[in-house]
Design a protein around this ligand. Structure first.
Ligand code: SAM
Length: 226
């Protein structure tokens, strides 16, 4: 597995182990998910000046007003996906730093990811390419999905959606799941939507605070720096 090579070459391995121990204390149980967090070197996805803090359990700025999500949040969403759709093709909306995409790759998924901010699209591309991860990337509005590659066994939205993103739901394979935080700008409820033929089943979990999902089926952006 690609990830094992990364782990053998790994630096900050002790910090990564401590992060994983903390994730266990917070209730992350899946051995597959915990292994992926041991494997992927989070410090490579933040700027050099922040690397010392890369394994503390917090979100960190990555520029353009965006963040790399807190490890617990990434592990929580990833566990929801892995428990319901353990393999196949996964689409991530909100590449950001590229860390979540690398975690999905370490889990053995075929990974597709979309970012709407060009500067982040390029930054994440540099890291993912340097690690030689076969992640397919696209610059654009992820609320439109990736119709040419649909259907997906899983879709993870790593930004706050104002409502259920219908276009993404329609790009799920039968049995596929969408993991998406839905709510207002302050707080969103983690929601899992599973496609069952013509129907969708819903499950709801804890509340989180994400940066907004902007785009045709998201919030309107008013940031001139993007
Ligand atoms: N998954 C990322 C990681 O591992 O670093 C963190 C994601 S950050 C919390 C949310 C990201 O979603 C930002 O990079 C933001 O630019 C992106 N985003 C927001 N709306 C989007 C859209 N419609 N399409 C694609 N990306 C979007």
């Amino acid at each position: 597995m690609r990830g094992i090579k990364m782990q053998q070459n790994g630096d900050m391995a002790r910090e990564r182990r401590e992060m994983v121990e903390q994730l266990k204390l917070y209730g992350i149980r899946s051995p597959r998910v915990l292994d992926a967090f041991l494997t992927v070197r989070r410090h490579l996805f933040v700027d050099e000046g922040s690397r010392a803090f890369a394994y503390s359990d917090g979100a960190m700025p990555i520029g353009f007003g965006q963040t790399i999500s807190q490890p617990y949040t990434v592990a929580y969403m990833t566990s929801l996906l892995v428990e319901r759709s353990p393999s196949g093709k996964v689409l991530e909306i909100g590449t950001g730093s590229g860390y979540q995409a690398a975690i999905l790759d370490a889990l053995g998924y075929r990974v597709f990811t979309i970012e709407r901010i060009a500067g982040l699209y390029e930054m994440a591309g540099r890291v993912l390419n340097a690690l030689e991860l076969p992640v397919q990337r696209r610059l654009g509005d992820g609320t439109l999905g990736w119709p040419e590659e649909a259907p997906f066994d899983g879709i993870i939205v790593t930004a706050a959606a104002p409502h259920e993103p219908r276009t993404l739901m329609n790009q799920l394979a039968d049995g596929g799941v969408l993991v998406v935080p839905v709510g207002d700008m302050v707080s969103q409820q983690m929601t899992v939507i599973r496609c069952r033929g013509e129907r969708f089943e819903h499950e709801q979990f804890h509340n989180f605070a994400f940066v907004p999902l902007c785009g045709r089926e998201g919030w309107e952006s008013n940031n001139d720096n993007e």
